[in-house]
Design a protein around this ligand. Sequence first.
Ligand code: PMP
Length: 452
Amino acid sequence: THLPNSLQGRDIRFLMHPVTNARAHERTGPLVIARGEGVRVFDEDGNAYIEGMAGLWSVALGFSEPRLVEAATRQMERLPYMHLFSSRGQEPSIALAEKLVQMTPEGLDRVHFTNSGSEANDTVIKMVWFWNNAIGRPEKKKFIARLKGYHGITIGSGSLTGLPGNHKGFDLPLDFVRHVSTPHHWREAHEGESEEAFSDRLAAELEAVILAEGPGTVAAFIAEPLVGAGGVIEPPAGYWRKVQEVCRRHDVLIVADEVINGFGRTGRMFACETYDIAPDILVLSKQITSSYQPLAAIVFSDRIYQGIADGSERLGTFGHGFTTAGHPVATAVALENLAIIEERGLVEHAAAMGRILQAGLRRHADHPHVGEVRGTGLIAAVEFVEDKAAKQGSTPPGRLAQAVAAAAQRNGLLLRPIGEAVCFCPPLIITEAEMEELLERFARAMGEVFGA
Ligand code: PMP
């Protein structure tokens, strides 16, 4: 294990890293990142990397935005903490809730904060259960989610997540969840099936599951407008129109999880605008603070709020909340972060830089080992195949994506291998020159793995 200077003499074995193969990690150790500047991070030996994944799909403003530091410092000095339980409050959270209601699509009028995306989705489950109890339909409790959807890692949100790797060893998912197909046209469509026909088939599948369970037992459908951590999967044409029709027909709530998609990632402020989705509940996190502080927000309809509010009078207090939910330092940072995104026109900028990213990556589409290049705006994936005609992945699974990500790292570019794909999600502030550099480093990595 290579240890940087700052860790010489330290025993790195005390820290068990999340989402990590502990034995493999003991052999290789971590890449220790010491500092960041703009879209770049530097390891302890001073090597620079373009952070092609913006941390974990999240550092919208890059790694050195002084105004976020100042906003945090100001709030720390004024009031470092006050909770939001019962009748206590603080100004930044109240102001951020107002801002989010103004920014988000029509019909979302109330906000509830948590510390993380997982907590937010767990809270959504409990809000929906409490609401249905309050309005006299306690049997309407099931959630339908999708394979390859990612909604978090706690017992509840981890059950919504549709990735076997997050279930095995944990006896998940719990049985209030049903999973339907992932809308990945390239991988899942039948031979010759159009995107519209594929979307029809998936909407019919969703409706069949609702009918089989009984619409009176199905509370909500939760989905990412564009799948993120499952490997960057864009919805096929017609998909969102058709599944929304099915949900409305059976009084099933639509929960849009924009923890990755939100705040400009797809080239619009929210992916609900990109794909014309009218959710009852919208879940936001990550880019809400550029991840300088932990924060998530649930933005939801007045209809749900009123039911919960009436329920709190009849059933008793909505007995759910976290000590640091809506932490004033986090909400103050979020307000500043959103102000900067608006002032600098970073959503339009993301759309413009996204066009360069998407076009640049699609130049590799004809490569014999590239199965699919996909994505929109500043989120993309390149999926590798051993056999292009058969769309067959590598052996062992993920070998090619891991090799390309490792080569990219040697070339000063951090990417995330997910399954057979490497994923791209650079900070929104990336410049055209930095984007060209990113694409060049990726091309070099491809050359190293596959030969020029
Ligand atoms: N939803 C989505 C769409 C996510 O991508 C993630 C995290 N990658 C989560 C929820 C969970 O967020 P957290 O890791 O903050 O708990």
